[in-house]
Design a protein around this ligand. Structure first.
Ligand SMILES: Cc1ncc(COP(=O)(O)O)c(C=O)c1O
Length: 375
């Protein structure tokens, strides 16, 4: 129950046992094309897909180093570790990040973003971390940011590393120019594949503004795909095999059913853990359906609590990041999450609280059962 990597189904793990093939062969081209077409369906885009075999940070970095040039301005809502890192990366690459900050657990009002566009008419890009994994906070106005970017002539880049596959993200409909995700979260594949979608106008821009880099140079990926249906560099083949099978599972279930399953599991977690006597970290209108963050009560020691959960109940959850260390715990409710995972996690938390001498309301379990009935 970590916020990534998440549980990987056996079907996906077993796919990695297939033989290593020549990545300059017809076998590879068939595989690569197939994965790209399935990824387009999951992203709901007709745009280009690039499948980096890096972790999510590689794809995030690619979205900056291929677009931002010295002196370019980029607006970015900042409300946690991953949005902070992205803003710092923009600055260190020579751009100027215009940070629209909000307290952790909240999103800045969209009006503040529009004000920043008004005050900076030459803004080149808006970067938004859709799901801030460090705090369990989701931006619920991602659909509106595309129009805002259209109005001010800016590119729109979404870091959807920890959410794609677990919540709505119709990339073309929301007018997202670059969308980034990673395999090890809501798509339930092993870590190491990070897909990026790029639409036509952004590709055109990149083609006439070539970045002085090698490995993450997206122009090389466009060229190799167009000319050979291959990657420019040797891909981590077993990870492609696994990702291919993980996408089969996603598409067999169907995106809308998958998103609904995540919503129901999240609802069960929020209602039930609140009944136990805990309070969610994120504000109600910003709560994530994939990362469930709750505040610790007095007397709930992070280390003792999570050690009990892992050693006595074999349930792994995460603690807080940076300033939130020791103050919150985070549950990854994504990927393959089912009734079994939710009930087992909640009952283990209930028992661990009791073992720590903390009063916990046992009604929490029946509330979770009730919420999960529609699964
Ligand atoms: C929102 C977000 N962006 C970027 C990253 C970085 O991904 P990775 O750890 O795969 O490099 C993460 C990782 O958790 C994330 O949650």
């Amino acid at each position: 129950m970590l916020p990534g990597p998440t549980n990987v189904p056996n079907r996906v793990m077993n796919a990695m046992l297939a033989p290593i093939i020549n990545h300059r062969s017809e076998d590879f081209r068939i595989l690569y094309k197939r994965i790209i077409e399935k990824t387009q369906k999951v992203f709901e885009t007709n745009g280009d897909i690039i499948l980096l075999t890096t972790s999510g940070t590689g794809a995030v970095e690619a979205s900056v180093v291929n677009l931002i040039k010295k002196g370019d301005k980029a607006i970015i809502p900042v409300n946690g570790e991953f949005s902070t890192r992205l803003a710092d990366l923009i600055d260190s690459w020579g751009g100027t990040a215009i940070r629209i900050t909000a307290p952790f657990g909240e999103n800045p009002p969209i009006e503040k973003i529009e004000e920043a566009f008004e005050a900076n008419k030459d803004v080149k890009a808006l970067y938004a971390v859709y799901n801030e994994t460090s705090t369990g906070t989701t931006i619920r106005y991602m659909d509106k940011l595309g129009n805002l970017c259209g109005k001010y002539g800016s590119f729109y880049i979404a870091d959807a590393v920890s959410i794609l596959g677990g919540d709505e993200l119709p990339v073309d409909k929301w007018n997202i120019d670059i969308c980034i995700t990673a395999s090890q979260k809501a798509l339930a594949a092993p870590p190491g594949v990070s897909p990026i979608s790029i639409n036509e106008r952004t590709k055109k821009y990149m083609k006439s503004n070539v970045s002085p880099i090698l490995y993450l140079n997206l122009n090389r990926y466009f060229k190799y795909y167009l000319e050979h249906t291959e990657t420019p560099f040797t891909p981590a083949l077993p990870l492609y095999y696994a990702f291919d099978e993980a996408l089969n599972l996603v598409l067999e279930e169907g995106m809308s059913k998958r998103i609904e399953r995540h919503r129901i599991c999240a609802d069960a977690f929020y209602s039930s853990l609140s009944t136990l006597g805990l309070t969610p970290f994120a504000k109600e209108d910003a709560r994530s359906n994939v990362i469930i963050a709750f505040n610790y009560l007095d007397g709930m020691d992070d280390k003792k609590f999570r050690t009990l959960l892992s050693e006595e109940f074999k349930v792994l959850i995460a603690g807080g990041f940076g300033n939130l260390k020791g103050k919150v715990f985070r549950i990854g409710s994504m990927g393959e999450v089912t009734r079994y995972h939710v009930m087992r996690t909640i009952s283990s938390i209930y028992s661990a609280m009791k073992m720590l001498g903390i009063d916990a309301n046992e009604k929490a379990l029946s509330i979770a059962e009730e919420k999960l009935q529609n699964l």
